[in-house]
Design a protein around this ligand. Structure first.
Ligand SMILES: *Cc1c(COP(=O)(O)O)cnc(C)c1O
Length: 233
């Protein structure tokens, strides 16, 4: 069944987002295909996820463990890649370690250690992005820049985790110059970690309203909800 969102077929909305990514890659001199699309499916019902998966979208992000688990189970036959992007409390780490492939929101040593201890031995290492809190954050979560190096060192030493990069959620800014300044600050930290010897390949930044600014500043993965699935109620 084909769904429409705000009068547009889901297939067209996906194409529009893919076109925005491609256009920004060209405009800002990024390698074609170097920016991945993570479809943020929080609050989105399973039939819409199934439809967009049928168009080739494989990576999905969820923010709430309780909501995500039944959806992941329901969609198990599709072998999708699941990313946890929401705030992560210690009491939810086991479910995340068991059911997700990636976590973008690791910002404390305690959560990192628990994810490592609780990752089932039969599964590949859990891919980790450290969430960093530059100033002007929409959420209060995220590690201080000053704590990143120690956190990266810790995660690298835990064999059931694989450090992939950084994630940030700057507060919305209507001004593209302000957006770019915030993303540039995150990219600087990413390069600082690379210069310190960490082999990172993922800079998770950019959402529906600011993906172009994020791609201009080096994002390798944009997290898109509204532009695909419409406003959340
Ligand atoms: C909801 C959410 C998004 C998607 O935001 P949109 O503005 O709807 O594209 C991206 N990242 C995180 C961490 C989110 O919680």
């Amino acid at each position: 069944m084909q769904h429409t969102v705000d009068g547009q077929p889901l297939s067209v909305r996906l194409q529009n987002v893919q076109n925005r990514i491609r256009t920004a890659e060209i405009l800002y001199g990024r390698i074609a295909g170097s920016v991945q699309l993570l479809a943020i499916s929080k609050t989105v019902p399973v039939p819409l996820i199934r439809e967009i998966a049928a168009y080739g979208q494989r990576r999905f992000g969820e923010s709430y463990v309780q909501e995500a688990l039944p959806k992941i189970t329901d969609l198990h036959d599709l072998r999708l890649e699941w990313h946890f992007v929401g705030p992560l409390q210690s009491n939810k780490t086991r479910a995340v370690a068991n059911h997700f492939d990636w976590v973008h929101s690791v910002s404390t040593a305690k959560v990192a250690r628990r994810l490592h201890e609780q990752r089932p031995a039969g599964l590949p290492p859990l891919n980790i992005c450290l969430q960093v809190n530059i100033s002007h954050e929409a959420s209060k979560s995220g590690a201080d820049a000053a704590d990143l190096l120690a956190l990266a060192q810790l995660v690298t030493g835990l064999e059931h985790l694989k450090l992939r990069g950084l994630m940030a959620i700057p507060e919305p800014d209507a001004d593209p110059i302000g957006q770019r300044e915030r993303f540039r600050a995150v990219h600087d930290l990413y390069q600082m970690l690379q210069a310190a010897g960490f082999a990172l390949d993922t800079l998770s930044m950019g959402m529906s309203g600011d993906l172009e600014a994020a791609i201009a500043e080096g994002s390798t993965l944009v997290r898109i909800g509204t532009a695909l699935f419409g406003e959340r109620s």
